[in-house]
Design a binder for this molecule. Structure first.
Ligand code: SF4
Length: 312
């Protein structure tokens, strides 16, 4: 499978089959906390980055086996709404596999475009991120492609909310000292009032980010932010929504581990939970992949994370 990964136990969505529509790492932002590393192609251009027909074929092949999933999620190595075939792929899923919920993780930079908004209207859950409403803080955290501003993102989200009937969960990624000051939080609160999401999720660093210096925000700071944003329904994102066993979509454990850690660095515990296998079995495969030079280990807040080994 080239464009599908997982299923993984998503902290918010449960057992999630990932769909990746852009090559590593194509995004309109270069967030300092990105778990996929630095953006190498920072662009807001919309294009068919990978063949739409091949993505549809992979989805058909995978879903015909009726995998046990909570959701199919557009996410991965970059920004899915940059792909010109997103609407066509969503329509395919709705038509041929209506039993599966569909979700989109997005940086919301392209919702100023009516065609992009139209492409996502049939999705069940949209989780857009908005890390700052003030331009300075936004630039520090998101390091955007030219022309992308916090104002443009907020305008696009207001338009989307007007047209979209599904669930919208706005995600705020808290970076202590940048977007959690009272001044920044006031601007964010005003933006939330304009957009009107169903819920707000507060997130902080869980895996190694794109820059070394970023640290997770402490829990008491997250609680302060949640209280500040009241009365909006704010949740601090915690444990996986579903902790049950998940079988790899492609059936091959080593390939699934490689595809998963390529998109999100994972601990042994993460991988064991995602694959529904004892940690000892996952450890055996991970050790083999380390010995073969495929994976490497990086120490970060939650422990040892396995990532694809950087080629020199
Ligand atoms: S976190 Fe998302 S929006 Fe930010 S650089 Fe990574 S893929 Fe792009």
């Amino acid at each position: 499978m080239k464009y599908l990964f997982g299923p993984v136990n998503s902290r918010r969505l449960g057992r999630s089959l990932g769909v990746d529509l852009v090559p590593i790492k194509t995004c309109s932002l270069n967030c300092i906390y990105c778990e996929c590393g630095e953006t190498t192609n920072c662009t807001d251009a919309i294009a068919e980055y990978v063949p739409t027909a091949e993505v549809v074929d992979e989805l058909r092949e995978c879903l015909q086996a009726c995998p046990l999933l909570d959701v199919i999620t557009f996410s991965g190595f970059g920004e899915p709404t940059l792909h010109s075939g997103l609407g066509e792929i969503v329509a395919f899923l709705r038509r041929e596999f209506p039993e599966y919920r569909v979700a989109l993780l997005t940086n919301a930079t392209r919702f100023d475009d009516p065609d992009v908004r139209r492409a996502v209207l049939a999705i069940d859950v949209i989780i857009p991120s908005l890390d700052a409403a003030g331009e300075d803080a936004f630039r520090k955290i998101a390091r955007p492609a030219p022309g992308i501003t916090a104002k443009r993102i907020i305008r696009g989200l207001v338009e989307l909310r007007r047209e979209y009937r599904g669930e919208m969960i706005l995600e705020l990624f808290i970076v202590s000292g940048i977007n959690d000051t009272e001044d920044e939080l006031k601007k964010l609160k005003e933006a939330i009032a304009m957009i009107g999401p169903d819920r707000v999720h507060l997130n902080t660093l869980d895996r190694p980010g794109a820059v070394e210096w970023i640290q997770p925000a402490p829990m008491d700071r997250l609680r302060f932010v949640a209280d500040f944003l009241a009365p909006y329904p704010v949740e601090i994102v915690g444990k996986p929504a579903h902790a049950g066993p998940v079988r790899p979509a492609g059936g091959d454990v080593a390939n699934t581990i490689v595809a998963t850690v390529a998109r999100r660095p994972s601990t042994l515990e993460d991988l064991s939970s995602a694959l529904g296998l004892p940690a000892a079995d996952v450890n055996r495969t991970v050790t083999r992949l380390m010995n073969d030079g495929v994976l490497e280990k990086r120490q970060s807040g939650r422990g040892n994370f396995y990532c694809l080994r950087e080629r020199t």
